[in-house]
Design a protein around this ligand. Sequence first.
Ligand code: GAR
Length: 223
Amino acid sequence: MNVAPPPVRLGVLISGEGTNLQAIIDAIANGDLRADIRLVISNKAAAGGLERARRHGIPAMTIDHRVYANRCDFDHALVAALQSRDVELVVCAGFMRLLSPVMIDAFRGRIMNIHPALCPAFPGVNAVRQALAYGARFTGCTVFFVTEGVDDGPIIVQAVVPILPDDDEAALAARIHAEEHRIYPLAIRLYQEKRLEIDGRIVRIRGYENLTASGTLVNPRLD
Ligand code: GAR
């Protein structure tokens, strides 16, 4: 008899509004994701996401990076808090700090991040602005496993968003955000179902081996 994998124990790291955190909370509430958010940590006390967590009865705390002498000391504090709640998978959701080897070694292969571009394009800050300024026809968002590099770890899920002639940064960011809210819960669900296997740069997804192409995207359209 096959036993369903248990809910995954999450620690969510945020710095801001926490709309991705909200999407994860909603996916759990809807039964689309079997997960237990053990702890939400923000490096900023004013982050709106802390309030969202508390509203849902999820433990939430601030660990202010400015209190620590360096990145490694800050990360030791993160590791201690996450381990004290027995966190299995760390989910960075708009967490605007680079992680040091202290965090990456403590949770190797068990830290996800989301970036508002199609990695490896437009890493770092202001990814939406970068895509617009570059004149790209498509951008999107990427969920990946965090490594030592900036936004360049093994890719789990991507969503493509076309750039429209009248787009400004706010309009494009809003459409990317909507896709983020769909793909982050999916990536976590694939992890919870133990379907993800990291093979160097490549993430293999069990159960998706025989996919066929269901179409291509052209922008502007061909007709
Ligand atoms: C998201 O768009 C996420 O992709 C981005 O921060 C936003 C957080 O939104 N992260 C990065 O740019 C990381 N390089 P949220 O706080 O509403 O979830």
